[in-house]
Ligand binder design. Sequence first.
Ligand code: SF4
Ligand code: SF4
Length: 483
Amino acid sequence: MSIRAQLMMVMALDKCLGCHTCSITCKQAWTNRDGAEYMWFNNVETKPGTGYPRRWEDQERWRGGWMLDGKGRLALRAGGRVKKLTTIFGNPDMPLIDDYYEPWTYDYANLIDAPAGPGTPVVTPRSRLTGKPMDLTWGPNWEDDLAGTLAPDDPALSGVEDEVLLRYEQVFMFYVPRICNHCVNPSCVASCPSGAMYKREEDGIVLVDQDKCRGWRFCVSGCPYKKVYFNHLSGKAEKCIFCYPVTENGRPTVCSETCVGRIRAVGVVLYDLDTVAAAAQTTRASDLVEAQRELLLDPHDACVAAAAERDGVPHEWIAAARRSPVLALAKELRVALPLHPEYRTLPMVWYVPPLSPVLDTLTAAGYDTEDPDEVFPTVGDLRVPLRYVANMLAAGDPAPVQESLRRLLAMRIVKRRRQLGEGSPAAVASEGGMGLDDVERLYRLLALSPYDERYVIPKARREHAGAGQAHHGDDTLGGRGRG
Ligand code: SF4
Ligand code: SF4
């Protein structure tokens, strides 16, 4: 056993308004500078949709993340060292600026400086890269709220496109905010030939050492989530830093702090480094979610706590893991799921799947959504949203999504019954696989979301960081990394 502590985030998709406050505040904090114009460490995508960069989920095209080789061992999808050497000056798996978008600004001075004339002066868009006027044809939120005019380009629709395309406009649309997942098995780190990408020992945050980065960009292509960016001015890679100068002081990330919908929870989980490879090498796609859940250890277990102390995890971190909202949502209450577990990077940002679209569908079909006898059996029949969400959050296996939705449904019905003094709440909770205490806990975390319960972040204690793989320095963004 070799225990590590990790900061983890869970986002409840039902509650996301698509307001983009998180993206804007993140940009103001970290990427509001030259060379970073096109970068969105946090972006919010409408699903169905193609995402940012376009079709990032299509690993046949981008070849990011891990796969199993013929012997069932982990291998980078993009190939090993030899392949890298042959493509070091021309990597075919690299997204281009057009796959993201060409950033622009507006010629605001024209509003003031335009000579007097019969027409009203207007602002024209100008490229932030060339300074020249440009036509706007694509942007990071181009398909915001469109829910699928571009759906044929959404890789998660693969296999269900005919069913979905016929009726998705009535059926569902939801938002997926995305940051770097600070993976436990990060393919960006494994792809870096310079040893510049690293995972911090003390909290698992994945960073780029700006002094070591040589700008080869294999991290950009190696990340299946496309959450490493290349700064064309500095010639270095950059990425979400989980706001470490803030989290080190026990406060949530900027995107979390400013989230209007209170959709985010941040906390500590413990895992055993010795079991990481086995979890990532899980053979059957349908076992991936459970294997990644199993990775998260029970901090109440005396053996786990003792091993963690022995391995240098500070006492406050173990205590925080015992109150962890993310452990509760991901493992104890089993409602949160990892984004694309089939990429095998073991992401540490998980999502509670959206229930509202399912309920909308039920209502439209004439079901009484408060009646458990009508609702529970139908969850499994909602093939379209279930399979679509399963393609995103469960490697195509509907079972974990179904389990999560049943629990969310049970919570709603129990709360309603309690409020109205109707029926038997305990029976409904048990239909959802929970006890009444679990329902109350879920309700507090998802509905009430008190600040100090959804963010349980101990202050960092660097003197406890191990001397091993991780901590190579603390300079992560050219000129901006230190808090
Ligand atoms: S999501 Fe983040 S940690 Fe995971 S592979 Fe991509 S850049 Fe690396
Ligand atoms: S701030 Fe919160 S609610 Fe608004 S888009 Fe971001 S994650 Fe969603």
